[in-house]
Design a protein around this ligand. Structure first.
Ligand SMILES: Cc1cc2nc3c(=O)[nH]c(=O)nc-3n(C[C@H](O)[C@H](O)[C@H](O)COP(=O)(O)O)c2cc1C
Length: 361
């Protein structure tokens, strides 16, 4: 098991790290997420391998609790309906607005609605765990129909990824929030299965928005989207995408927000970004997440790594005295921890003072 430093060792039940005998017997890894009972708290987050049937089988064999399929993108749906409209016009350039010219070619990632629905059906056939379909977009157009189709194809839940960069300087934060809430309400209203919302952290009052999302029908929140920042190639001056897989250092942002929101909103919490080891998973569960999601660790190490992460979690629970994951969920959340201010501004002051202390010695 990845070792803990004295400073970050989490407390066991009753906030005291037990020094007595290890927990005897098997620990119970099952959790509740989006109203479903999962056999373990590790979920394979949306990524290329969750769209691949052999990888799905391997993830299932490794003990994963559920799978989120790669997203179906709004641009893809617009592209498909644009093509349909273009075909129904007379003349090849009758519809100059058809989005074919500026939509990235997503065919290598995820080949359209019909195949996506087949992927949902096939994923259900080859795995024993809940399958969560993923919609990725920010406008309401069309989503309600697809939410319905995905539930009908057998998806156990839908994850709605609101990946948005607020680049329009005419649009206020409140307007973006209202649009997001309307979208969630529409999709959650149309789907016959639970809908979770995956979003980024860049909202002015995230806790308040989280509560409004739960009120709008979100059964869960997935914290957080990891934004891919563009880079400039100094030789060609071209601007392009830049994808670097995460490391455990990035865990602390979702950890903080799971800790703040745990027990305060009526929705499940999933932490995503930076979960690579059993220790990372233990931390987000203690903070208050119901599940941890990872693609980066599995992309780096392969689907079998899920078993390693779960094995590490299990060992830590046995050493620490936790008999079940549900018992440890939220044990170090803001509501339960001795010093709740550590999740807020005090943490900033503490961090600076501690660092200055070591630097000046
Ligand atoms: C190659 C790759 C493809 C991804 N595709 C999707 C996707 O289709 N939909 C989505 O919601 N997230 C997608 N993600 C984001 C991940 O699901 C995850 O939320 C994010 O990478 C943070 O987790 P990590 O720290 O383990 O990388 C993708 C990530 C990677 C690395």
């Amino acid at each position: 098991m990845t070792s803990w430093t004295d400073d970050d060792a989490p407390p066991g039940p009753g906030h005291v790290v037990p020094s007595g005998p290890e927990f005897e017997g098997e620990v119970d890894l099952s959790v509740d997420y989006l109203g479903m009972r999962l056999r373990s708290p590790l979920v394979a987050s949306a990524g290329p391998f969750t769209g691949d049937l052999p990888s799905l089988k391997a993830l299932d064999a490794a003990g994963i609790g559920a799978v989120v399929l790669p997203s179906l993108f709004e641009e893809q749906l617009e592209h498909e309906s644009g093509q349909f409209e273009a075909l129904s016009q007379y003349g090849s350039d009758a519809n100059p607005e058809a989005p074919a010219g500026y939509v990235p070619n997503l065919d290598d990632y995820n080949t359209g609605v019909a195949r996506y629905l087949n992927l949902v059906r096939d994923a259900k056939k080859v795995t024993s765990v809940p399958i969560i379909a993923s919609l990725n977009g920010v406008t309401t157009g069309g989503w309600t129909r697809y939410a319905r189709l995905l539930s009908e194809a057998g998806a156990d839940a839908i994850e709605l990824n609101v990946y948005r960069v607020a680049a329009d300087i005419e649009v206020s934060g409140r307007q973006i929030e209202l649009e997001t809430l309307a979208l969630v309400e529409a999709v959650a209203g149309a789907a016959s299965v639970p809908v979770s919302v995956k979003l980024g952290p860049s909202y002015s009052a995230f806790g308040n928005l989280a509560r409004q999302l739960a009120d709008a029908g979100a059964a869960g929140l997935v914290l957080f989207n990891r934004f891919y920042q563009p880079d400039i190639n100094l030789e060609t001056l071209a601007v392009g995408p830049h994808l670097v897989l995460s490391t455990s250092d990035e865990l602390r942002l979702p950890l903080r927000w799971c800790a703040i929101l745990h027990g305060r909103i009526d929705a499940s919490l999933a932490a995503t970004t930076g979960i690579h080891t059993g220790a990372d998973l233990a931390k987000v569960l203690l903070a208050g997440a119901n599940v941890g999601m990872t693609p980066s660790a599995l992309l780096r190490e392969g689907p079998d790594h899920a078993a390693t992460i779960l094995g590490e979690l299990e060992s830590w629970m046995q050493e620490t005295g936790y008999g079940s994951v549900m018992e440890m969920t939220g044990a170090v959340s803001q509501r339960t921890v001795r010093d709740p201010s550590q999740f807020e501004r005090a943490n900033y002051l503490d961090t600076l003072t501690r660092y200055a202390g070591t630097f000046l010695q």
